[in-house]
Ligand binder design. Structure first.
Ligand code: ADP
Ligand code: MG
Length: 376
């Protein structure tokens, strides 16, 4: 079993500004990331991803808690222990192409080794190897401005691997690249990890990127960890409406439970044929939200066992599937089917929702707080 390589215990960071007062950017984070793992921080802008990464790197002090890297404490707030970034043995790549414009590629990549006073001959051979691994060999004398965004980000990667770090911190490293290149570079990062064996912490707000690259990921929202698991488990068993909505496509219906039956919120004329879970029965006013994936709803011309009679409001042709918006009371449910399932707008149909997830109703205050954090 692999060792824990990055451990956070009760890590908290508060910022106080004149205009906003005090914001808890990171609230009691507890994390254990294993050696060789590719672990993503995923969440909307303002949820605390960069702040957490900066605390791990040592650029940011903690308000509370402690951080351990490779079995050694590097930040302990209560003991005022703080190891500076250059002694943490980390590689880092950021969203902005943070390369030095006045240095050629060789000098950019050699820089961390020169700081460490590595011998000239060793610098030569290690830079050469790093450039080879990032497909930049032959470009030693070129200046960053002569290169594309993708190549500039490769310089940053080469500079990050040249010191042979144990942990690689990547903060939205692909966000400024076009989608095709993003996919290629994602693959290259994984390949570098395979060769060098470092642990990756990958920060992104892009769920498909996180799903593709991660062994496990942490979903956070408004400074709090919401759920940590494998991409597959997060998709199949989201613990909240927020995670359900954030990963993959979702469709929701606000419902109300009355006399042991489930109705669309503002329409008691027809019940949805659903089994009510224990937790939903305990809802104080009977209001809940059911959530499902648009491709997990059965759309049919026949009633079947549990069919709910309704009609098609809208049909949208997507490249690889057809999307229908179907009326459920005064709400619209999104259903996606293969192209061969054909209904016309206005046509009568039956829907069956197999096993939806149940969540408490949407929290309007949370929505406002999330927006506030993104603006700061
Ligand atoms: P993310 O990387 O997930 O987008 P951040 O970690 O950058 O989020 O920010 C989390 C919260 O902390 C936001 O509300 C942000 O405005 C606030 N914040 C981050 N850095 C500072 C700072 N230096 N001073 C004040 N507030 C900050
Ligand atoms: Mg950020």
């Amino acid at each position: 079993m692999a060792e824990n390589q990055v451990v956070l215990r009760h890590v908290t960071k508060r910022f106080t500004t004149r205009t906003m007062g005090t914001v808890t950017a990171v609230d009691d984070f507890n994390l254990e990331i294993k050696e060789g793992e590719c672990f993503s921080f995923l969440g909307p802008s303002g949820c605390g991803k960069t702040t957490t990464l900066r605390m791990i790197a040592g650029f940011e002090d903690l308000s509370e808690g402690e951080i351990e890297l490779c079995g050694k404490p590097v930040s302990i707030k209560s003991k005022n222990l703080y190891v500076p970034p250059e002694e943490r043995n980390l590689g880092m790549v950021f969203q902005a192409f943070a390369v030095w414009p006045h240095m050629n590629i060789f000098d950019n990549v050699a820089f961390p080794l020169k700081i460490k006073k590595v011998a000239r001959a060793e610098i030569e051979s290690r830079v050469k190897a790093a450039l080879k691994h990032t497909s930049l060999d032959g470009l030693e004398k070129v200046f960053p401005s002569e290169l594309s965004g993708g190549q500039q980000q490769r310089i940053a990667l080469a500079r990050a691997i040249v010191t042979n770090p144990k942990v690689m911190l990547l903060d939205e490293p692909l966000s400024n690249l076009d989608p095709k290149l993003r996919e290629t570079m994602r693959f290259e990062i994984k390949e570098l990890q395979r060769q060098f064996g470092f642990t990756i912490i990958f920060v992104t707000h892009d769920q498909s990127e996180a799903m593709a690259i991660s062994d496990r990921m942490m979903v956070c929202d408004m400074g709090k960890i919401v759920q940590i698991d494998t991409p597959e488990n997060l998709y199949n068993y989201p613990n909240s409406r927020f995670v359900h909505n954030f990963l993959g496509e979702s469709t929701f219906i606000n419902v109300i439970i009355k006399d042991g039956k489930v109705f669309p919120e503002n329409d008691l004329s027809q019940a949805l044929n659903l089994e009510i879970p224990e937790a939903a029965l305990n809802s104080p006013d009977g209001r809940m939200v059911i959530a499902t994936r648009p491709n997990a709803i059965n759309l049919s011309k026949e009633r079947g066992e549990r069919g709910f009679l309704t009609h098609i409001e809208k049909r949208i042709f997507l490249t690889d599937k057809t999307e229908y918006l179907v009326a459920v009371g005064d709400q619209l449910l999104k259903i996606q089917t293969p192209h061969r399932v054909v209904f016309a707008p206005g046509e009568e149909c039956f829907i069956e929702i197999a096993a939806p997830a149940w969540y408490p109703p949407e929290d309007k205050e949370a929505e406002a707080e999330r927006a506030r954090r993104q603006r700061i």
